[in-house]
Ligand binder design. Structure first.
Ligand code: DCP
Ligand code: MG
Ligand code: MN
Length: 340
């Protein structure tokens, strides 16, 4: 695949970014999503700032950084540590919430429920808790799923899927999205989008594809496997599961496959490329301009009363990602510039 830009060189404020990220993760996993969000905004700002900031005044000038957070950043700059973070890291309940919150698919509410039931370790969950299928899979691969996937391994995973898909149906459009398409050096999982330009050859593909990839031993556990008829009308065919490349030295990896009709390809590509924060701001911008943007489609001329749509507006053709940016009157942003 084409040469993509990779993560920028280490940021001069990386030490502060790392500490703030740890704190944001702990807040998120301990169910304090507003604090986590505030920290995440400050992290975004610091990542975009390519000179070192050291004084309180400099830090306060950064957008999205309030006085309390600025004090924290100064503390990190001056002492190399952050007392609040250390307190949190040694708080037993917070530590357990964090442990549980790192299980794939587990949010802070579920982590809290388990803590309240008295579970303290992953073994407690394995032996005492009543787990759903996905929770069992998350536990089974606890440490493997926390490992980032090197970019070239994602490419290899894509190639395995491509080869299987091509052998079933030639001419498919197959593209890895997510953090990979945004040019990251390592990825949390492999997000593969499949479609076909003829508008119909994407149909009846997911089941034979998954069967084939299971038979070869590549797909090893399922998380979400849906025929769109199971779900809300028009939902995409999707498979979320676990894969492993052949050979001894490979870890089990998360893989997401989505198959979409070609008319929805650009909206799905935009959505599946992310980031999640970027998607949120794109949808918000659409809302503010009487449009509606989803992973399926773009509507214009939407009329809302508060949160309710009074008029659904009109579906517009979106042949490319560029066309979506044009409707929103935004200059096009390549995937590598969609982190925030
Ligand atoms: N996505 C979203 N909202 C969600 C989940 C996903 O908008 N609740 C979109 C944006 C993501 C993309 O789907 O960028 C892929 O989801 P991932 O969870 O795989 O996230 P990334 O690929 O961006 O990061 P990672 O490297 O952690 O996989
Ligand atoms: Mg991903
Ligand atoms: Mn994913």
């Amino acid at each position: 695949s084409s040469a993509l830009p990779v993560d920028p060189v280490i940021n001069p404020n990386q030490a502060a970014i790392d500490k703030l990220q740890e704190m944001a993760n702990l807040y998120r996993n301990s169910n304090d999503k507003w604090r986590a969000f505030g920290y995440q905004k400050a992290i975004s700002t610091l990542k975009k700032c390519h000179r070192p900031v050291t004084t309180y005044e400099e830090i306060r000038m950064l957008p999205g950084v309030g006085p309390r957070l600025a004090e924290k950043i100064v503390e990190i700059m001056e002492t190399g540590s952050m007392i609040k973070l250390e307190e949190y890291q040694t708080d037993a309940d917070i530590a357990v919430m964090d442990l549980f919150g790192k299980i794939w698919g587990i949010g802070p509410a579920q982590a809290k429920r388990w803590v309240d039931l008295g579970y303290r370790t992953l073994d407690d969950l394995r032996t005492k808790a009543k787990l759903t299928h996905n929770q069992m899979i998350g536990l089974k691969y606890y440490s493997e799923f926390l490992e980032r996937i090197p970019r070239d391994e994602v490419t290899q995973i894509e190639n395995v899927v491509r080869e299987a898909a091509d052998s079933i149906r030639p001419g498919l459009l197959i593209q890895t999205c997510g953090s990979y398409r945004r040019g990251k050096v390592t990825c949390g999982d492999c997000d593969i989008l499949i479609s076909h330009r003829d508008g119909s050859s994407h149909e009846h593909l997911l089941f034979p594809l998954v069967d084939k990839l299971k038979a070869s031993g590549f797909l090893i556990d399922d998380l979400v496997y849906t025929d769109k008829h199971d779900e809300e009308p028009g939902a995409h065919f999707r498979y979320f599961g676990v894969c492993k490349l052949p050979g001894e030295n490979h870890l089990s990896r998360r893989i997401d496959i989505i198959i979409v009709p070609y008319a929805e390809h650009a909206c799905a590509l935009l959505y599946f490329t992310g980031s999640m924060l970027f998607n949120r701001s794109m949808r918000q911008l659409a809302d503010e301009n009487n449009m509606y943007l989803s992973q399926h489609r773009l509507h214009v001329g939407v009329i809302r009363m508060g949160k309710n749509k009074v008029n659904e507006g009109r579906l517009v053709p979106t042949p490319t990602e560029e066309s979506i940016f044009q409707y929103l009157k935004l200059p096009y942003r390549p995937p590598a510039e969609r982190d925030y």
